[in-house]
Design a binder for this molecule. Sequence first.
Ligand SMILES: [Zn+2]
Length: 105
Amino acid sequence: MRSTIRKGDLVEVITGEDKGRQGKVLAVDARKGKVLIEGINMVKRHERPRGSSKPGGIIDKPAYIDRSNVMLICPKCSRRSRASWVRRGDKRIRVCKKCGGELGS
Ligand SMILES: [Zn+2]
């Protein structure tokens, strides 16, 4: 089963501390059912210095959250929606369940 959320999608957090916030999907872990979203679920990480350009210290980084905690923002209708995979000829594409717009593969 392929994830209906893909890297680069805009999503909205629907539960937890970041509820109502939107961000771009940076990475999807389909096996674990988790997504990494820009600016969401920020955690402090201690980084070791790596040369003069990266001095280290405490930095904020997004951490993976459960895929079920977010909903896709459809780029066609701008509503919170879900996508489903449909077959078009010999290709599978994603479509928005609300407006039917094609969201690419
Ligand atoms: Zn839509």
